[in-house]
Ligand binder design. Sequence first.
Ligand SMILES: Cc1cc2nc3c(=O)[nH]c(=O)nc-3n(C[C@H](O)[C@H](O)[C@H](O)COP(=O)(O)OP(=O)(O)OC[C@H]3O[C@@H](n4cnc5c(N)ncnc54)[C@H](O)[C@@H]3O)c2cc1C
Length: 498
Amino acid sequence: MQVVLAGYSLDHEFVEDMRQGRFDPTNPVSPETLSAAYARISRYPEPVTELRAQARRDVTASRKSNSVIVFGMGHHSVAEHVQINFDILGVSRLALEALEEARLCSYTEKSQRYITLEGDYVVPEEFGAEDRKTLERIAELQVGLYKEALPRLHDHHRSLHPEMEGSKRDRSTVEGWAKEDARYALCLATETQLGFSANARNLEHVIRKLRHHPLVEVRELSAKLYDEAVKVVPSLIILSDPAKFKETFGKEVSDDFLKHGASDLREAAGKVLGPLPSTGFSGERGDVRLVDHSPDPDDEICASLLFSASDRPYDECLAAARGMREDGGRFERFVLGSMERLTAFDPPPRAFETAFFTFEMELSASAFAQLKRHRISTQITQPYDPSLQCTFPDSVLETGLRDAFQEVFTRSAEAYESVGGPAAEYLLTNAHRRRVLLTCNLREVYHLARIRMDAHAQWDIRRLSADVVKLVKQVAPVSARLATGKDTYRALYSEVFD
Ligand SMILES: Cc1cc2nc3c(=O)[nH]c(=O)nc-3n(C[C@H](O)[C@H](O)[C@H](O)COP(=O)(O)OP(=O)(O)OC[C@H]3O[C@@H](n4cnc5c(N)ncnc54)[C@H](O)[C@@H]3O)c2cc1C
């Protein structure tokens, strides 16, 4: 794996100085001066431009004030003013799941839709000689199937969409559908690359969290991110190095919660639940159940809309919302009216965040890879579980490839059992499933619907988000009425308003 420092934010005047050939080799150029200058805004009267100039003039002093203000005083948010970019190469899809759990960071990953995969995979450090042979054997089977299935799936999609033969763009869309279906045969050790950006505060959190992850590869990623980050923002990455923290502040920073929190919880949960076998509720496709929601989502959103546009207390707004229910279509007109000027590019009003929904779902690794990118939602995951059904693309079933895929899924699951431990998940495929608890507010449901129910979205996540939206509409029929994909928004809007 390779982690390369790709860029970072820098005071504009530093850049200008360098362009003009004015460079003081005794005073390093550093992004930390931005945090130091902004931290001083709260207690110095000088204009912020002058505070930036002072910070630039003495980077050593800026570093010192950063570490005192951020870590000594706990004003951590000033570290957010520095953004850092990394290229990450040769990382597995499984390791990325751990990285991309971090909510406030940004990621762009190699697409398995647009790029034909060559079958490169990461060999986990945990694997001894026997396990390596198992991985090699299974990966050969998986990649063999990917390569065999790809042209057949491509022909199939072409035969279903002869109208798309005419333009280069449409032809490449059809090819992309075949690639994203064939990749259900590939394992989670499959290598990928991405651009990763985070501000210094989030980066520190990511490094701290990942350094205690059960997978060696993830711990290696944490160490490499640290090694790169500490070159440019040493004063903002201190918590992630307990020895340096102690040296700087004379205090211990304990990583015990990050190290042991999850395993303690697993042990305690095991005592409560006992060794029950896993029981799936899955049918033929990614199943979703609404397991909890705000008691009266429509009423609460209506009340929050009234609250946001008035000077009345919430109880009064809620009573008024419920009162409108008695009055013909007034309730509907008011709630829908709040979205009358909404286009497919606007989020609904913030009041829509006051209703929440929790779903339990069983979904493929492929669908999860997409769902996990919805950072505003809360996602609680269980490990992949081969006893849950695998997800088959329709095209695989329609081309008579089901048995070939089933064979690879079964062999992969057997290899997973024989290897054991957390690293065994590397052997499972994009079709293997896990259970996830997803909690989101109605505004996020709208966002999910807009981009994931849209025709451009991949079918697995499209079905999943359509199921989510259907369930939400059952309990919030008025406020969720306009939730749909971007491509069908105009038609739904006309149905509601015209
Ligand atoms: C057709 C399609 C193709 C795709 N192809 C790829 C691909 O090839 N590679 C790839 O890596 N991903 C791909 N994605 C995933 C995509 O880039 C998004 O990560 C994913 O759709 C989640 O969307 P989001 O970030 O808008 O959602 P969320 O994370 O749920 O965020 C919701 C909204 O909150 C705001 N927001 C959240 N966090 C931030 C932040 N840090 N900064 C600014 N605003 C923020 C934004 O307004 C955002 O729309 C694809 C998605 C689609 C629909």
